[in-house]
Design a protein around this ligand. Structure first.
Ligand SMILES: [Zn+2]
Length: 187
């Protein structure tokens, strides 16, 4: 049986270009894109820290807050706040130019508190279940995806997929194998 060549084809999470992933954890087409994505995550993190700093400085007892404070507390945009003011949905007082104050308790009725975006800079540790019920045998993989055993072994090595041997059978986690062959293109 001729051995088929397989590659993982993915869309770059940054620029959207299609590229061939070298490992299961490759998500960007180039160093440039992965750097850009990293910078964006850092900028997002910094912004959250700045918003948190603003929130901690607002006394609980004070009801009238600035637009900037409302952005920090509720995670809504300035545009949204000004639109609500224009529509008369929230009352605002102007204590001078650029010094609009709006009611925190009124906003609380309308918006849930800002949820912190998940910090994606620290990926969760990967847990593998190596229990046989969560795994395929090499033979099952070969049958399911129409790839010969030696090619399956080559992929498992190339993509660092963990395996476990029980008796005569080698097991690999279903989740990783499904992920590996999900967006496979036969070349
Ligand atoms: Zn890219």
């Amino acid at each position: 049986m001729p051995s088929a060549k397989f590659e993982i084809k993915r869309k770059c999470k940054c620029c959207g270009a299609t590229f061939l992933a070298k490992t299961l954890d490759s998500w960007y087409c180039s160093r440039k894109c992965s750097q850009k994505a990293y910078d964006q995550r850092m900028a997002e993190k910094k912004k959250v820290e700045q918003l948190n700093a603003i929130v901690t400085q607002i006394p609980d007892a004070r009801d009238y807050i600035s637009v900037q404070e409302a952005v920090a507390i509720f995670g809504i945009s300035k545009d949204t706040i000004y639109r609500l003011i224009r529509k008369g949905k929230i009352s605002a007082i102007n204590i001078g130019e650029r010094l609009t104050r709006i009611s925190k308790s009124k906003l609380e009725e309308m918006f849930p508190l800002r949820e912190e975006p998940i910090d994606r800079s620290k990926p969760l540790p990967k847990f593998y279940s190596m229990e046989p019920e969560d795994c395929y045998t090499i033979g099952e993989i070969s049958k399911k995806f129409g790839i010969n055993d030696s090619t399956v072994y080559a992929h498992i090595r190339n993509y660092s997929i963990p395996t476990r041997q029980i008796g005569n059978y080698v097991y690999a986690p279903k989740a990783d194998i499904d992920n590996l062959y999900k967006d496979v293109v036969k070349l």
